[in-house]
Design a protein. Sequence first.
Length: 350
Amino acid sequence: MSSERAKAYAQAGVNIEAGNALVSRIKDLVQGTHTRGVISDIGGFGGLFRPDLTGMAEPVLVASTDGVGTKLKLAFACNKHDTVGIDLVAMSVNDILVQGATPLFFLDYFATGKLDVDTAQTVVGGVAEGCRRAGCALLGGETAEMPDMYGPGEYDLAGFCVGLVDNARLIDGSSIQVGDKIVGIASSGLHSNGYSLVRKILAQSGLGPDDALPGAGASVREVLLTPTTIYVEVVRSLMRDLNIKGMAHITGGGFYDNIPRVLPGQVEARIHFGSWQMPPVFHWLNEAGHLSWPEILQIFNAGIGYVLVLPADQAEEAVGRIRAFEMGAWCLGEIARRSAPDSEQVVVAF
C-alpha cells in the first residue's frame, strides 16, 4: 500500500499498514483452526462454510454472541493478553453446547483506539487456541482501530459462534422430571463473570498482580486471568451415550439465574452446598469481600462451570466419565417438585 495514500488517515490516528501487518501475522493462526467445512481464506468480505448435514433429518442452526467483560481491565493492568481470547470463545461455544449443538465456526471482533500489532496478535492467538479446544473454525473477524474510543493500551472483544444440531437431538430441558440428578463439571475458577466486583475487592485488598492470592498457591495474575473452561469435548462424549435432559452454562447470575433457564415450570433444582470442591479464589472472595455464600452463588459460578440433568441411574457413570477427562465432577443434587408456582427454582441446602 502507498504510504502517501494512507497519510491522511494516519494523521487522524488510524494506521492502515499496522492493520495489514496484523492480518499477515495472524493468517497462519486462523488457518490452523480450519475444519473441513471451511471453503474460504482470511481476507474476504465474508467467511464461507459448507456444513456436513449427513444423517441429519432436520438441521437446526444455533447461534450465540458474547464478550469477556471487565476481565479485560485486569488483562490491561497485568499486561497479560494470551488468555482472554480463550475466554471469548468459551463464553459463546459453551452457550450453544447446552442445546446439544456442535460448534461449527467462530467470528471475533477486536476494537482498540491505537492498534498494537503485538498485543492484537497475542489476543487473536488466544481466540485461535479457544477454537482449537472447541473443535470449530475461526472463520473470520474484524479489527477496528478507533482513535479516542478507548484509553491507551485498551481494547474490547466480542465473539460470535454458530453451531448445528439435528432437531430430534435438540436439548431443551422439557423432559426433566422429579428424581433426575444434577451433575456439575468443575470450572477453572472465575471464568468471565463478576469481574466488576472482583476488581473492587482486589483494589480494597491492596494485592498486586504478582502477589500470591491467599490460599491459591499462585499469583493474582495467574488466578484471576485463568481462562474459561471449554466443555465441548467432554459434553459431546456424554451426549453420545447418556440421556442428557438439560444443561446449563453457569455464567453471570450464577446458580440461581442459569439453572432455571432449562427447568420445566413444575420442578425445582435442589442443590447440596458442599457437595463439590470449590477453588480457593471463591473462599478469598467470601473473606476479603465479606460476601455470603448465597451472594457468591448468585454472582459467580462457585467452582461449577457447567451443569447437566440426567436420569438418576446415569449420574454415577456421568461423573466417572467426566473425571476420565481429568475434570472435576460431582453429583450436586436432584430435581424435585416445585414447592409453589411462584417459588424460586433453585433451592440450596447450606
